[in-house]
Design a protein around this ligand. Structure first.
Ligand code: GDP
Length: 456
């Protein structure tokens, strides 16, 4: 494989910058451009060591650097690798990158270092995919679940399931050689038990995606309510105390803004916060139709009412929109005299999740967080000993595997010959191999790694 090079630190000014090189010729290229202070020859330098010296081109010192050496196979990619620690800053980094290129390295594609770690067999595909999750993590929990997957938590479960299938398959191999015989009773029993067990394990994994998705994407939440109910006051109360990650999303008609915030371990993705803020000047634009659309795709709808006034026609319309949703009703302005009560039948018909709050005094805000945590079972997620699917690709593959298990069971029920049944069981094995990457198309691999950042 060629020798690749890339700037691995984020663009911008920083204390240090790192240029990474991997491939057979890494040290040969390094030898031409790096002059260690102690004049040690490259072949005498041990792996996992750091040398101090200068990067020099045409007699000119470009920068004073530290170079870390990683010798094959003990490196991130399993190839000869080095990392040049330079002074941070775009000019120096780009200059050294160009010098490496001039001396025979090729510019790495996004994710190419991790792709090589996968292709060279150091990590499997699920582990490689988790690297991107760790890098992009927006919360402690998300980072932790990424690290667990990188450690091989998911891969081990997949391998165990495959082992369980294989142990029975090899037993009945003999029968497949003589398909004209019926499946002997003992083997049929083994098969049934195995299929039931595997189905159970896969269903558990599939189900874990409910939590995995929340950990990764946050609970997609919309706040709706008529003008002056207190939407922006609530939003501010939530965001002010909690560091939010704001993401702009190009909309078709106008930009929407999503804010990602973690409160007491609850990851919330607050959708269309721009809409709430704009509402101040453009009341006419934010109509009931808009609320309806937003509520449609949300995991959680927070409907906020001004409890100091009686329920208006608009409030009733909102109640109608949210009646089949996962919803919390907030009776806001609890610091004022109440005109709407928690036991109002019109509210109770929609949900029992009704809380009194004051966005102004913050009374009831903690109870709101507790309620969300309870609704999404967030306290029950245990990342230490629970395998969690966080990746939609994995989730879809597991769903396919479950379908194939069901087909195999159906064939058994119909007393079909063993070789027909094993077709579906082999499909399950193939499905599972797509997760760990033993059985996966180049297109999928390229697609996965194209989402990585440069230098990883
Ligand atoms: P929005 O139009 O739904 O975004 O509502 P705002 O958050 O802008 O609030 C409308 C008005 O109600 C503002 O004057 C707020 O100060 C006031 N308000 C919001 N929440 C409370 C509350 O809990 N108590 C009281 N007394 N006033 C509130």
């Amino acid at each position: 494989m060629s020798t690749i090079v890339s700037i691995s630190t984020a663009p911008g000014i920083g204390g240090i910058g790192i240029i990474r090189m991997s491939g057979e010729d890494s040290f040969k290229i390094l030898d031409k451009i790096f002059f260690p202070k102690n004049k040690q020859r490259i072949e005498d330098i041990k792996g996992y060591s750091i040398k101090y010296g200068n990067i020099i081109e045409d007699g000119e010192i470009i920068d004073e650097v530290l170079v870390s050496y990683f010798k094959a196979p003990k490196s991130y990619t399993t190839e000869n690798m080095c990392e040049i620690n330079t002074h941070g800053g775009n000019i120096i980094l780009k200059r050294i990158l160009e010098i490496c290129l001039k001396n025979g390295a090729e510019l790495a594609e996004p994710g190419e270092f991790t792709k090589r770690a996968f292709l060279n067999g150091r990590i499997d595909l699920a582990q490689a995919e988790s690297v991107i999750d760790v890098i992009n993590a927006k919360s402690d929990r998300e980072a932790k679940s990424g690290i667990k997957q990188l450690e091989g938590f998911l891969s081990k479960e997949i391998k165990d399931i495959k082992k369980e299938i294989m142990s029975v398959l090899t037993n009945i191999d003999v029968t497949i050689d003589y398909p004209e015989y019926d499946v002997p009773e003992v083997e049929e029993k083994q098969l049934t038990t195995m299929l039931d067990n595997v189905e159970k394990r896969l269903l558990k994994l599939e189900k874990s995606f409910d939590n995995g998705k929340i950990i990764k994407d946050g609970i997609q939440t919309v706040i709706i309510g008529k003008p002056n109910a207190g939407k922006s006051s609530l939003l501010n109360a939530i965001l002010k105390e909690n560091r939010a990650i704001v993401t702009d999303i190009e909309g078709t008609t106008r930009d929407t803004i999503e804010e990602f915030v973690t409160i007491n371990g609850i990851p919330l993705k607050l959708v269309d916060t721009a809409g709430i803020r704009e509402a101040k000047d453009e009341v006419e634009k934010i109509g009931i139709t808009k609320s309806k659309e937003e509520a449609e795709n949300a995991d959680l709808v927070i409907a906020i009412f001004d409890s100091s006034k009686q329920l208006s026609k608009e409030d009733i319309e909102i109640l109608d929109i949210i009646k089949n949703k996962n919803v919390i009703i907030l009776l806001n302005k609890s610091d004022l005299n109440a005109e709407i009560r928690e036991n109002d039948e019109r509210l109770l018909k929609v949900t029992k999740n009704i809380l009194k709050i004051s966005a102004l005094t913050k009374e009831g805000i903690e109870e709101l967080y507790d309620k969300i945590s309870e609704m999404f079972n967030l306290n029950k997620i245990n990342l230490d000993n629970e395998v969690l699917i966080t990746n939609i690709r994995h989730k879809n593959i597991i769903s396919n595997a479950i379908t194939n298990i069901k087909k195999a069971k159906e064939q058994m029920r119909l007393n079909m010959p063993i070789d027909i049944i094993t077709i579906y069981i082999n499909d399950v094995l193939e499905n599972l191999s797509e997760i760990t990457g033993e059985f996966v198309t180049e297109e999928i691999i390229n697609d996965i790694f194209s989402k990585f950042c440069l230098g990883k």
